[in-house]
Design a binder for this molecule. Sequence first.
Ligand SMILES: [Zn+2]
Length: 84
Amino acid sequence: MVETTKSVDIEVSDASALIKTAIREKRYLERHGEGCPHCGPKADIDGGPLTVDSGECSQLITCMECAESWYDIYKLTGIEEQAT
Ligand SMILES: [Zn+2]
């Protein structure tokens, strides 16, 4: 008889929690900050004011679906001359 795969409750270790966090972040970055890293790209999010500090900028984001919050981090990558 073929053994079937069934779901098993796995105790979440620190290592697997870190991996899950890294995967969530990677997917969120791949879709350029669309939606929520926790509940998906369709989630409605709310952004706070931008905080700028030496070439970096952060913004507190809150998900309206799951109530998780996180900081989006932006880095200065260039300038665009203003048309005169
Ligand atoms: Zn969410």
